[in-house]
Write a protein of this length. Structure first.
Lengths: 299, 583
């Protein structure tokens, strides 16, 4: 925040406005948490696109990973559990000149917020949604999450999980998402590219990041993923093919694909909403002055 | 007082609402103040629905009691409503549809057989045209000029293709002529009285008020009786430049509105009690992040799904208590469309000025029924500030800076150098969390208390800026009514009835239910000999609030919770009982 105060002064004399940086708030995540890689990747991606920090809004829900907006110098909205996406959509529609990034965890996005996840994708609202998927509830000290694997023992499932996990990639494909990717927080450069391409994408870009919880998930660890992940882009996968995207989405075992599963081109919600074609709402005229004829129907 | 009420009843799908709306519009076109009650059920076809169009030479504030003309499209309508016919009135029906025994009618009430189906058949195989014939007959008996009726019919069907408009005009003329030839025109009629009045529902007034206040974004999930706010704004979305988003649920609806408001536009959501229950957590977030927000809560009879198409004032406790912890809010409760327009504009101003949620408490009775307003009561020239133009001082910007009134300068995303994170967690002046590593540390413990005091301090300003309690009628009276919201309408009409009987009453009403101006309320009630609290809920929720805020127990009460609107006669009866025998 201190840096950005200087920025507003500089902007008056025409110096380029500063790019996103780390804020003066230090992350409170456990040492070794996967989310450090994600915040680094988001920062790199936003920088790569040359977006000034005041034109970026990072919106999150609640959970360890949802603290992310505090650690970067952009605008942020740290909302309530599960509601990052509707808040982000509202911000985007109020001012679609802004770059809006949604962040959060697997509980936030695929549990309590699952309904919003599906609908944001079918709308193809232009947002980049980065989930830090650690397959566990961390902040509440280790209960099963919607993506915990069958049989996993947690505080809430001492005899093991007996529900099939949500497959976020398959759910995204089924919901009509136009950019579907999986990243790994152990490969920050690869992840930063996925996020940067998501930011460039025409519409909703979903990046599910396998971001291990080093404290509460002793199964899906960095080693677990290092032994299994392979990159779709070096395996001949065609991300424009929905059929093979589905096949890759269903792979979860000895081999776990990361990279871009699917990408297609479809108009965004903002491009189809007539009112927004007139420019960002925040800059449009408001009120009924000059609209006196609106009363005619009441006569 | 000259009063004419035309009641139409039938089954859902018969077009009762559109006939009723045309009836009440005839009166408003004549320059008369009128009220239109649309009583319907949660069915698409069948059941029993009815509409009452009421006009007076004064200003009706409710549907009134009884009717002068009853146009019955079903035998059930005769069963249910014929007792409401006043002497000199007429039952209009078509004997081809069903017979009516003469002994079914109250004394001095006429029955007029109108061949509505036969008239309809002249034009179309669709029996719906019978409505036009019945409408015409009813209008004739009510003394409505034929040219007014035709103007209303033409305008109502103006968008329909082909011969539909002409058929309706001719069928209504045939019904009109039949009634003049064979019926008894009321001996008390209303003449034209100047320019047409505007006729609108409470929800239309709320939507219009929101638009006038600069609304740019509405997100809403369908729920009776709030849905027509979305319908009106959606229909005007393009011409007024307002984004209308039907959300996937009420959780999304309120969170989208909060996001849009944070993004810099005036935003609103609207719902009924069930949907509002889902919005509760986000309402607190608007309070905590100090994001302006307007929420319309149009109450219907609860609990749970309750009676979806029936009215109640049963959500006051919910609105007062919605959300964990304490945060400042205001609850404005308009009593009629003119006030709904004004109060909705005020809600946006208060939400913006105090950066906190403001609720507009409506109910089905206000939201969905029609009332006339004078053109001057709907001033469109409302100042709408451009939020983006107001840039807080960039030097050492603190989004949640402590200020004497608790309101801090708000930056908008896109404004350089003023970035902050709006957090639902407790935070310091800069917006940095004090909920994790700082929580419980002495410095931050006192910071938390200070931040609570900053936010809650806004209540003082909200109270000062809100419309205080109002007394209507003489300072001293035999009985003082206390009421809020749409119930005020029937109380006003009851006061007129009581005045005609020589009983002096007055009313203390509360446009701003919260924060409640207790001292002002006590001052207004101090001269009261007796009070009668009138509310549409089981537990006297407003009475409880008054007692909590002032210690005053409004123990004499008329409470109604059967889903029906309150009628003036019910209030008159209770008032007489209280005045004659005490509470």
């Amino acid at each position: 925040m201190a840096d950005s105060t200087v920025a507003s002064v500089k902007s008056i004399v025409g110096t380029p406005l500063p790019l996103i940086t780390k804020s003066d708030t230090k992350p409170t995540w456990c040492p070794g948490c996967g989310d450090y890689g994600v915040v680094a990747a988001v920062e790199m991606a936003v920088k790569k696109l040359g977006l000034p920090s005041h034109e970026v809004v990072i919106v999150s829900g609640i959970g360890c990973s949802s603290n992310l907006p505090h650690f970067l110098s952009s605008y942020g909205f740290h909302s309530i559990h599960g509601r990052a996406l509707p808040v982000a959509e509202g911000i985007r529609w109020a001012n679609h000149g802004l770059t809006v990034i949604g962040t959060g965890g697997d509980g936030d996005g695929f549990g309590i917020g699952a309904g919003h996840f599906v609908h944001a994708m079918r709308r193809n609202v232009k947002l980049t949604y980065v989930t830090m998927d650690n397959q566990i509830y961390g902040l509440t000290t280790g209960q099963a999450s919607p993506t915990s694997m069958m049989g996993q023992k947690t505080k809430s499932t001492p005899r093991g999980v007996i529900e099939n996990p949500v497959d976020p990639i398959a759910l995204a494909l089924a919901s009509g998402a136009t950019y579907v990717a999986r990243g790994f927080s152990g490969d920050v450069k690869h992840l930063a590219d996925l996020v940067a391409n998501g930011l460039r994408h025409r519409g909703f870009a979903f990046i599910d990041v396998m971001s291990p919880c080093v404290t509460y998930n002793k199964i899906n660890t960095f080693d677990f993923f290092r032994q299994r992940v392979y990159k779709l882009e070096s395996s001949g996968h065609d991300p424009t093919n929905i059929v093979t995207a589905w096949q890759r989405a269903l792979e979860w075992g000895d081999k776990i694909p990361i990279g871009l599963f699917y990408k297609t081109d479809r108009p965004t919600y903002e491009e189809l909403e007539e009112v927004l074609l007139q420019g960002p709402l925040v800059h449009q005229p408001a009120g009924l002055k000059g609209h006196e004829s609106v009363l005619d129907e009441f006569i | 007082m000259t009063e004419i009420s035309i009641r139409t009843g039938g089954s859902a799908g018969d077009g009762i609402a559109s006939v009723g709306e045309m009836m009440v519009r005839c009166f408003s076109r004549m320059g008369r103040h009128a009220f239109g009650l649309n009583a319907y059920q949660s069915v698409i076809r069948g059941g029993h629905v009815w509409f009452q169009a009421r006009a007076t030479d004064q200003r009706p504030h409710s549907q009134g009691d009884g009717c002068d003309i009853l146009y019955a499209m079903t035998p059930e309508t005769v069963e249910i409503h014929s007792a409401a016919l006043r002497p000199g009135g007429t039952l209009v029906y078509d004997p081809e549809k069903f017979p009516v025994a003469a002994d079914k009618l109250p004394p001095k009430v006429h029955a007029l057989e109108v061949p509505t189906l036969a008239i309809a058949r002249k034009y179309s195989t669709q029996p719906i045209l019978q409505n036009a014939a019945g409408l015409g007959a009813s209008a004739a008996l009510a003394g409505i000029p034929l040219e007014v009726l035709h103007e209303v019919v033409r305008d109502s069907f103006g968008r329909k293709a082909g011969d539909v408009v002409q058929w309706n005009v001719e069928a209504s003329a045939a019904g009109y002529q039949h009634a003049l030839n064979h019926g008894h025109v009321l001996d008390h009629t209303l003449s034209k009285a100047g320019a047409p009045k505007l006729l609108m529902t409470g929800n239309q007034a709320i939507a219009l008020g929101a638009a006038a206040a600069g609304l740019k974004f509405l997100s809403q999930y369908p729920m009776t009786p709030a849905s027509s706010i979305m319908h009106w704004l959606a229909a005007h979305s393009s011409d007024l430049g307002i984004v209308v988003k039907q959300a996937e649920d009420e959780l999304a609806a309120i969170n989208m509105a909060i996001g849009a408001s944070f993004g810099g536009v005036r935003a609103m959501t609207a719902t009924s009690g069930g949907g509002f229950s889902l919005m509760v957590e986000a309402l607190g977030m608007a309070g905590m992040t100090e994001t302006p927000l307007v929420v319309v809560e149009s109450q219907r009879a609860g609990p749970s799904t309750g009676l979806p198409t029936k009215t109640e004032q049963g959500d006051l406790n919910l609105m007062l208590g919605a959300g964990q912890g304490d945060f400042p809010r205001a609850i404005l409760a308009p009593s009629n469309p003119a006030e709904a327009y004004r109060q909705t504009i005020r809600a946006f101003e208060l939400a913006e000025e105090f950066q906190t949620p403001v609720l507009v408490a409506s109910d089905l009775h206000l939201s969905e029924n029609f009332m006339t307003v004078d053109r001057e009561e709907i001033p469109l020239d409302v100042p709408v500030p451009s939020l983006f133009a107001v840039t807080p001082n960039g030097h050492d910007y603190h989004r949640y800076a402590y200020t004497p009134n608790g309101v801090s300068p708000r930056s908008l995303p896109g404004q350089p150098g003023l970035q902050y994170v709006a957090g639902s967690d407790e935070h310091d002046e800069k917006g940095h969390l004090i909920s994790d590593v700082r929580s419980g540390v002495p410095t931050w413990v006192s910071e938390r208390a200070r931040m609570m005091e900053k936010r809650m301090g806004k209540l003082k300003g909200l109270l000062a800026a809100s419309e205080p309690p109002v007394r209507e009628g003489p300072a001293t009276a035999d009985l003082t009514f206390v009421a809020w919201g749409s119930t005020i309408g029937a109380v006003r009409d009851a006061m007129a009835v009581l005045a005609a009987q020589g009983r002096t009453t007055n009313l203390v009403r509360v446009p701003t239910v919260f924060p409640l101006d207790g001292p002002a309320l006590l001052r207004l009630l101090a001269p009261a000999r007796r009070t009668l609290l009138v509310e549409l809920n089981y537990t006297a929720q407003f009475g409880r609030l008054v007692r909590a805020e002032t210690g005053l127990d409004l123990s004499t009460r008329l409470l109604k919770y059967d889903g029906e609107p309150i009628y003036p006669f019910e209030i008159v009866a209770k008032a007489m009982e209280v005045m004659n025998h005490g509470g």
